[in-house]
Write a protein that binds this ligand. Sequence first.
Ligand code: ZN
Length: 248
Amino acid sequence: MRYLVISDIHGNLEALDAVLGAMRAQGFDHALVLGDLVGYGADPNAVVDRVRSLEPLSIIRGNHDKVASGLENGDSFNLVARSAVQWTYEMLTPENLDYLLKLPAGPIAVDDKVEICHGSPFDEDAYIFDELDALRAFETSTRPVCLFGHTHVAIAYRRLPDRLEMPAGPGDTDQVRLPINGDARYLVNVGSVGQPRDGDPRAAAGIVDTAAGTIELHRVRYAVEEAQRKIRLAGLPEVLARRLGLGR
Ligand code: ZN
């Protein structure tokens, strides 16, 4: 099975469409969506519509989806995130709001090789920032490949019986392909579609091919200026437009 893996789209339609175009050219059987469809970007409804039309095999909620749909309050958010999520809540159609409200919490086991979570397999809202967080996550992951999001940083941790490796991370400018084999267990963030924070402004996505035994990390150029223009037009905080150009 070839899975398209997308996470942290954050209402960025230009980035999502670029990713879908590029990944359709690569070919995939099903989509896995790791949460945070909305928040920050100017196209929450169009993004939710696109995701729904993908009919993902597995999809889970992110922290922004919970707040944007009214399931949780935004007390844990900073001022910029809170104002964007409030705007998003007001923009969402009743149907899309209901769709976000009903998204399940992670982790979810997709098959016997792959599981998905938004933050980490032990807490959907926890961040995996470093090796220590990764080791803790490996203790609770139930599949050889655990896919996560939330940090907006494309990175891969590989646990072997005697050591922990980081075969991919910030600074990898081109496509990365990792083998799924033997004793290796993976914890992989394919990166953020709509708001990368690893210094590379290109949209990020992944393909996991369970038959071929590979995990691929991809970066895709998109019309950043158009996404920025819409953020400004919507009256969303300027910093949200600026950071897209920096990938921070
Ligand atoms: Zn996010």
